[in-house]
Structures are given as structure tokens and as C-alpha cells.
Design a protein around this ligand. Structure first.
Ligand SMILES: [Zn+2]
Length: 144
């Protein structure tokens, strides 16, 4: 068996590599340095897919697999507080920036929101579906 060579960005799935370039290679929730094993890096959805969150870079954070698993689909900011309470060294500014980015990029499919949330959205934003955007967010690989 050859000794493991350091992981190169080119070895990683493109969206994981893009995340590392943008945010660095630490888990958003526990600050553990990732990258020793490809399997360890996961794309954490800021707005969970179960809540309509899209598979796009603007809706991702880098997280280690255990953190990604344990968060499930909890709200990112509530989970942030919960992690801090448990003594984890959360990358707070990174998570907060990601939440703001996801909100600004409109990474949610309205149809998946509750009726009440849809009404609130309509009230707050009077604009037609962004033209050209959406529909072509390539899904690649497996996901949690
Ligand atoms: Zn972690």
C-alpha cells in the first residue's frame, strides 16, 4: 500500500472543492480540519432540502459527516446555538454569512414551503420568478 498522498482539490467533487476554496477546509460546525479523506467532507445544506433548499453552492456549507448527520434538517441558526452550547467551536461568522447568502440567493423552492410561509414570501417580495434562473442546478453524486 502506498502512503496516502495529501489530498488535492482536483481529487474532490467540484462542489466540495469550490466550498473549500470559498470557506476553507474546516467543518462549519466543529472546526475540525477536513480533507484527509474525501468521504469525510460533506455538503451541508444551509436550508435543508426537506425545506425546499436547492442543491447549489449558495446553499452549501462544508461539514464533516458526523456533524452533517447529527444536524439533520434543523434550522442552521438554531443548530449553531445548540452546537455552541455543547462546546463545539462553531465557525459562527461563516455560518451566519452562509445563512445570509442563502437568503439573498433565494435558494428555496416556494412550492415546498408551507402555505403560511408562501404567503409571507409573496407579501415580502413582489417579483415574478427570476427569469432564466432555476431548473438547471446540476445534481452530482450522492448527498446526505
Ligand atoms: Zn464537524
Amino acid at each position: 500500500m502506498a502512503a496516502p498522498r495529501p489530498l488535492a482539490l482536483a481529487d474532490l467533487p467540484p462542489d466540495i472543492a469550490a466550498l473549500i476554496v470559498r470557506d476553507g477546509s474546516r467543518c462549519a460546525w466543529c472546526s475540525r480540519r477536513l480533507g484527509l479523506a474525501v468521504d469525510d467532507c460533506t455538503r451541508e445544506h444551509v436550508i435543508p432540502r426537506s425545506r425546499g433548499g436547492h442543491d447549489v453552492l449558495d446553499n452549501y456549507l462544508l461539514a464533516c459527516r458526523p456533524c452533517n448527520r447529527s444536524r439533520r434538517s434543523r434550522n442552521a441558526l438554531i443548530w449553531l446555538t445548540s452546537c455552541e452550547r455543547r462546546g463545539l467551536k462553531v465557525q459562527r461568522s461563516l455560518v451566519e454569512a452562509a445563512v445570509a447568502r442563502a437568503a439573498a440567493a433565494d435558494v428555496v423552492t416556494p412550492a415546498k414551503l408551507s402555505k403560511r410561509a408562501q404567503r409571507a414570501r409573496r407579501k415580502n417580495q413582489i417579483r415574478p420568478e427570476a427569469s432564466g434562473a432555476g431548473g438547471r442546478h446540476g445534481r452530482s453524486g450522492s448527498d446526505e
